[in-house]
Design a protein around this ligand. Structure first.
Ligand SMILES: [Zn+2]
Length: 133
């Protein structure tokens, strides 16, 4: 089995990936302006403060945009075609690129309510993905 490219956690993202491994979905919130952000990074994307905190997110959102991929862009995805690549608008506000799983790919529509699920790809890497509610 060929694995797809996997995330390599670093200083700004390690907490996110550790939480995912525990099947918890966390995102950053700025302690100065209170805005949430995704993806994890070292500064607030709204006010540039580095005073950031991690918050448990609801794991709820809706499809902002989506596409069904029929051809694997990498051998590691070949066993999963067709699959849905989507941008999910999280309940907290930020948008997140992810996969929509546990459904017929053709049934995924913009505006559909989704909730987080966790894909334990390896013993070390768990990917948050989403499924229809
Ligand atoms: Zn801020």
């Amino acid at each position: 089995m060929v694995l797809p490219p996997l995330p390599r956690p670093y200083q700004d993202t390690a907490a996110y990936w550790e939480a995912a491994k525990e099947h918890r979905f966390i995102i950053q919130q700025c302690k100065d302006c209170s805005e949430f952000q995704f993806y994890p990074r070292g500064v607030c994307s709204h006010c540039l403060s580095s005073n950031l905190d991690w918050r448990e997110a609801s794991g709820k959102g809706e499809i902002y945009s989506c596409s069904v991929n029929y051809r694997a862009p990498h051998p590691g995805f070949a066993d999963n075609t067709p699959f849905v690549l989507a941008i999910v608008a999280l309940e907290e506000g930020p948008r997140m690129m992810t996969n929509i799983v546990e459904c017929d790919p053709e049934s995924v529509k913009i505006g559909m309510a989704v909730t987080v699920v966790f894909d334990d790809v390896t013993d070390e890497v768990t990917l948050p993905k989403f499924k229809p509610v």
